[in-house]
Write a protein that binds this ligand. Structure first.
Ligand SMILES: NC(=O)c1ccc[n+]([C@@H]2O[C@H](COP(=O)([O-])OP(=O)(O)OC[C@H]3O[C@@H](n4cnc5c(N)ncnc54)[C@H](O)[C@@H]3O)[C@@H](O)[C@H]2O)c1
Length: 367
């Protein structure tokens, strides 16, 4: 994942009640230099699951704010992905290129283990499957490990697949057919998720135009698909005559200017925290642009790593990620019925599942 979408403005759950985190744990180990915070927002649906972000936060306060937002967002994402997992997240404070050592990761793993399974960790910005292999030497509660170690590997495979399913649902809602054949799709950011999304789109017969600040990333896509066009940046991309805008770079792509200049009728992409601030979802709706909520359509990655907990099976995980199509359609339908933007409908649906399914745990199981 990218290292810059660390602001979580407009993330999941901001339209609903903020709620209270169940548990926040500060972890420190002087010798390895570990400073980490693990936040568990909710275990209503099961053990909390969410990645570990390794990032050089300016202060402990900034790290705390980020982990609180991220763990809440995971609760919403996992709820709508239909997983038996609550929401949690962890941050390690430091520069991964300088501070990441075996001792530090293993010290962190011991803190994860000490929570007894209330929190399961995985990759995020600044951590990779190889790091999960190291953490797993100290803890059973780790997923997203390398394929060589029985893990699910690179989660961008099903993230991109899920975004594609969400886009098909949006096309069905707007055009009455899920096919993207002949539609023009603008993809911002062709990294791990974006370039795989382009593969799906080309295969489905869409016309694709991309932008990326990294020229090599653009070249990689154009080598695979010479017919794909490229433009300089987001401003040029949204000014193109596109039907769909797919933000797959950093958070905050959907700001006042982007929405005002947008030609697309649909926004559906893999980036986390696409709404730059609360209220943008309403601006999109007012302009007649259908927004597929980011955390709904990009949940294929967490579906992939959650599957690993039961012994990874790609076919089973892919079948689960395919359900993102139905969930996205359902959200559009509820949004239309209740007269609210899809982002609000998604939050309500997630809150309903956490509350209704969470409540069954009050049933006494006997001795
Ligand atoms: N990888 C996953 O499984 C996963 C899961 C859920 C959400 N996400 C989110 O999807 C997004 C992409 O993740 P990724 O794993 O593909 O990361 P990545 O780092 O592989 O790709 C991001 C790409 O965006 C490009 N980029 C950065 N700034 C840009 C800008 N201003 N304009 C255009 N391009 C720009 C980068 O050069 C890079 O090629 C992130 O927001 C991430 O949080 C990823």
């Amino acid at each position: 994942m990218t290292g810059n979408d660390v602001s979580t403005a407009g993330s999941a759950g901001t339209s609903g009640t903020q709620g209270v985190h169940e548990q926040v744990v500060f972890c420190a180990d002087e010798h390895s230099g570990l400073r980490a915070i693990i936040a568990i927002y909710s275990t209503a649906l099961g053990p909390s699951l969410g990645g570990t972000r390794f990032y050089p936060y300016a202060s402990e306060q900034a790290a705390l704010a980020d982990v609180l937002n991220l763990s809440r967002a995971m609760a919403y994402k996992n709820a709508l992905a239909g997983l038996d997992h609550g929401g949690g997240k962890a941050v390690i404070i430091g520069d991964p290129s300088r501070d990441k050592t075996e001792a530090l990761l293993r010290a962190y793993g011991r803190f994860v283990q000490s929570l007894g399974g209330r929190y399961l960790t995985a990759c995020d910005v600044g951590t990779y499957s190889e790091d999960m292999d190291v953490i797993a030497r100290e803890s059973r509660y780790v997923t997203g490990r390398t394929v060589a170690n029985g893990g699910a590997g690179d989660s961008s495979i099903l993230t991109a697949y899920g975004v594609f399913q969400g886009m098909r649902a949006a096309a069905e809602h707007v055009y009455g057919t899920p096919s993207l054949r002949g539609r023009r799709v603008g993809v911002e950011g062709v990294g791990k998720v974006g370039h795989r999304l382009v593969d799906h789109l080309v295969e489905d017969g869409a016309e694709v135009v991309v932008c990326d600040v990294n020229e090599q990333a653009v070249e990689r896509v154009r080598r695979r698909h010479p017919q794909v066009a490229a433009v300089a940046g987001r401003a040029e991309l949204i000014a193109e005559p596109i039907d769909v805008f797919a933000p797959c770079a950093l958070g905050g792509s959907l700001d006042d200017d982007t929405v005002a200049g947008m030609n697309a009728r649909i926004v559906c992409g893999g980036a986390n925290n696409q709404l730059a601030h609360a209220g943008v979802e309403k601006q999109l709706a007012d302009r007649g642009i259908l927004y597929a909520p980011d955390y709904v359509v990009n949940s294929g990655g967490v579906i992939q790593v959650a599957d690993e907990i039961h012994g990874f099976n790609m076919d089973r995980a892919r079948a689960k990620a395919a359900q993102i199509y139905d969930t996205t359609l359902k959200i559009f339908r509820i949004a239309a019925e209740e007269g609210v933007p899809p982002a609000v409908a998604a939050d309500r649906l997630a809150e309903r599942r956490m509350s209704e399914v969470g409540r069954i745990r009050a049933i006494w199981l006997g001795q």
